[in-house]
Design a protein around this ligand. Structure first.
Ligand code: FES
Length: 352
């Protein structure tokens, strides 16, 4: 193990003492390939054989697989392609791609991919994920990355290296390191300790996470997750990539006695940008025309927090009807919605 990784020894844990989640499948047709739909490989293939139009999306519709937690989608695609290549006689005559293959004609796109693969071999890679970091009295933000190969014992994931950057509200660097996570290990890292609580009640920053696998393999569980722990409860979410420029929408309820609503905007662009936040956009016809419009300046790679405050007059008119908030950004950005209790002792967080 490299020197740098030694200091994280206490945060990288082995799965050995945990329940073994994998199923011994030995490539048999009884293996469950979508746990949510309780779907066996044999049933997946039988349904495929019966179908007139053998498209992947039609097969998902037919079997209800891949539509709940979606964790199995990549695997389902693999089984779909494999089943079709094993049973060419089942190829649908409308399936132009497969017909071309049978004729030995390789589409132009595949030619280009082949050339690219011959120059740079395929390496497992995931786009940057952006995690908001929230710091406050008795509030902690934790990052978790687990490297487990899910239900498929015979098709392994690869060791990964996660490069983690932590940036302050103004985008300045606070921490940077690369941490290796072997198969069966997990990383837990507390992120808020790098921020300073300069303004009350909440200070925000962001963690930028890039993950690289040592060799092409199954993706497994390596998507970064984060938790926000507070005195009265905890919440968790998987990390997100960035979007934009453009609009992000959230639908919320204004309940000032029960909750406070915040937007957290991570500017993933290398230059400052401004964001425009407008509300309320009503979901139902009403006489409320007033729109609040606020501008927010965000430093290059910085993170800002903004509280949606409707004020007494609008609160009285809105009652508890849901309404939408629009966040317009000039550049790439990731926006999270954070909902807290009035005392900020419990949170929930979501993304679009
Ligand atoms: S495992 Fe297939 S949708 Fe959840």
């Amino acid at each position: 193990m490299k020197k740098k990784e030694k200091k994280y020894m206490d945060t990288v844990m082995s799965f050995e003492d945990k329940a073994d989640l994998s199923v011994n499948v030995n490539n048999d047709s009884n293996q469950i390939i979508c746990a949510c739909a309780n779907l066996k490989l044999s049933d997946f293939e039988k349904t495929l054989g019966r179908m007139k139009t053998q498209s992947f999306s039609a097969l998902l519709r037919e079997t209800s697989a891949g539509s709940t937690c979606t964790a199995c989608l990549l695997d389902l695609e693999y089984f779909f392609v494999e089943a079709k290549s094993r049973n060419p006689k089942h190829f649908n005559s409308d399936d132009k791609t497969n017909n071309l293959k049978q004729l030995g004609v390789i589409p132009t796109k595949q030619h280009i991919y082949k050339i690219l693969d011959s120059i740079t071999p395929p390496i497992a890679w995931a786009p940057t994920n952006f995690i908001p970091i929230i710091k406050g009295d008795n509030i902690e933000t934790w990052l978790t990355i687990t490297n487990h190969d899910l239900l498929f014992r015979e098709r392994k994931s690869a060791p990964i290296t996660s490069s983690i950057e932590i940036r302050a509200t103004d985008g300045s660097f606070l921490f940077k390191d690369k941490i290796k996570i072997d198969l069966g290990e997990e990383l837990k890292l507390r992120l808020d300790t790098y921020l300073k609580l300069e303004s009350q009640p909440l200070v925000v920053g962001a963690a930028y996470i890039n993950t690289y696998a040592k060799f092409p393999a199954m993706r497994g569980t390596i998507r970064p997750q984060f938790e926000i722990l507070a005195e009265a409860g905890a919440c968790a979410l998987h990390a997100q990539g960035d979007v934009g420029p453009g609009d992000t929408w959230f639908t919320i309820q204004n309940k000032p006695l029960d909750q406070r609503i915040f937007l957290i905007l991570v500017n993933t662009f290398h230059k400052p940008q401004s964001a425009k936040i407008s509300w309320p956009f009503e979901l139902y016809n009403s006489s409320i025309k007033t729109k609040n419009v606020e501008s927010l300046q965000i430093s290059s790679r910085g993170t800002e927090i903004f509280e949606i405050n409707c004020g007494d007059a609008l609160t009285a008119r809105l009652e508890d009807r849901p309404f939408s908030v629009k966040i317009s950004t000039e550049r790439s950005c990731r926006v999270y919605l954070l909902c807290g209790t009035p005392q900020l002792d419990r949170f929930s967080i979501d993304h679009r």
